[in-house]
Write a protein that binds this ligand. Structure first.
Ligand code: ATP
Ligand code: MG
Length: 281
């Protein structure tokens, strides 16, 4: 991780933030996907994860009641990187009324007939809500670039277009947080193998994943460019060590809780004179 993204001694909270500072350049090969701070196993963080989930739950309630601002969480990763597992474990306990997950696959014919941001913009959370993008507008500079689905003169300008889009959201009261769940190529092999070995995981296996795996280096390069070109003050990227699922969950949960806490959502003022009201029998 670059010097700037390391924790500054004594600055609260004093754990690694994994934030890619705007203007800095990260090299994914230099970021250890096995990192787990001082923790060794899932049990070491179980209570900590629960505490973070509680923070998210309480703050989400306030965000919903305030109804002035929203939070968009973008999850991106290589195949098997853990987007689904993160959603399940980090958001499992929150009020479904205030939260929506949008998953993006290859565009439908209708979606493909619009500008590339159209389908994403429609799914951006409303005020008071949390929106989770399982894959996102970044696919349009990732798979689209790696597979050559459009020429470079089409995808290259998209970094700037994406920055402008995210600035628009942020100016409209939507905070944008982006996570790259960083796994190693070996870890992906293990996870794909596990999907083959376990009949209950067969449904998750797609032979296309093997084809995509062959393009590992091209994807890493595309992710690196997306992260370096689009980590901004208004919409930072976080590169999360994700080989250990329990550590990944902890990092994502506390980053979201810290962000919500910094937003400091407030309950709206109560109606005047509530203390004088008696509920009729
Ligand atoms: P995941 O792999 O995210 O857990 P999944 O297995 O349910 O999801 P897949 O069909 O494997 O679903 O993933 C969705 C596919 O859609 C991916 O291969 C992704 O690259 C592709 N995709 C997403 N957005 C776009 C896009 N804008 N253009 C082309 N392909 C896209
Ligand atoms: Mg898949």
């Amino acid at each position: 991780m670059s010097e700037k993204s390391k924790v500054v001694e004594g600055s609260p909270p004093d754990y690694p933030r994994y934030r890619v500072e705007p203007g800095s350049k990260v090299s994914l090969a230099e970021i250890d996907p096995d990192e787990t701070e001082r923790y060794r196993k899932k049990k070491d963080v179980a209570k900590k994860l629960e505490a973070q989930r509680r923070r998210i739950r309480d703050l989400q309630e306030r965000l919903y009641a305030e109804n002035r601002r929203g939070l968009l969480i973008v999850l991106q990763a290589m195949d098997t990187g853990g987007k689904d597992g993160t959603i399940k474990h980090v958001f499992g306990g929150i009020n479904p009324q205030g939260c929506r997950v949008s998953s993006f696959k290859a565009p439908s014919a209708e979606e493909a007939n619009h500008d590339f941001l159209w389908r994403y913009h429609k799914s951006v959370p409303a005020k008071g809500r949390i929106g989770i993008f399982n894959r996102s507008h970044y696919e349009d500079v990732l798979v689209v670039r790696v597979k050559g689905l459009v020429p470079e003169e089409v995808w290259r300008p998209r970094y700037g277009i994406i920055n402008d889009f995210e600035r628009t959201l942020s100016a409209g009261g939507i905070t944008v947080l982006k996570f790259f769940l960083h796994i190693s190529k070996d870890e992906q092999k293990k996870r794909l193998q596990a999907r083959l070995d376990n009949p209950e995981k067969h449904w998750k296996f797609s032979s296309n994943d093997i084809k995509e795996r062959a393009l590992w280096d091209a994807y890493q390069a595309a992710f690196e460019d997306a992260i370096n070109n689009c980590s901004t003050e208004h919409a930072p990227w976080y590169v999360v060590p994700a080989n250990k699922k329990w550590y990944r969950n902890l990092v994502v949960a506390r980053t979201i809780a810290d962000t919500l806490e910094a937003m400091d959502p407030q309950y709206p003022p109560a109606e005047e004179g509530l203390e004088k009201i008696t509920i009729p029998d």
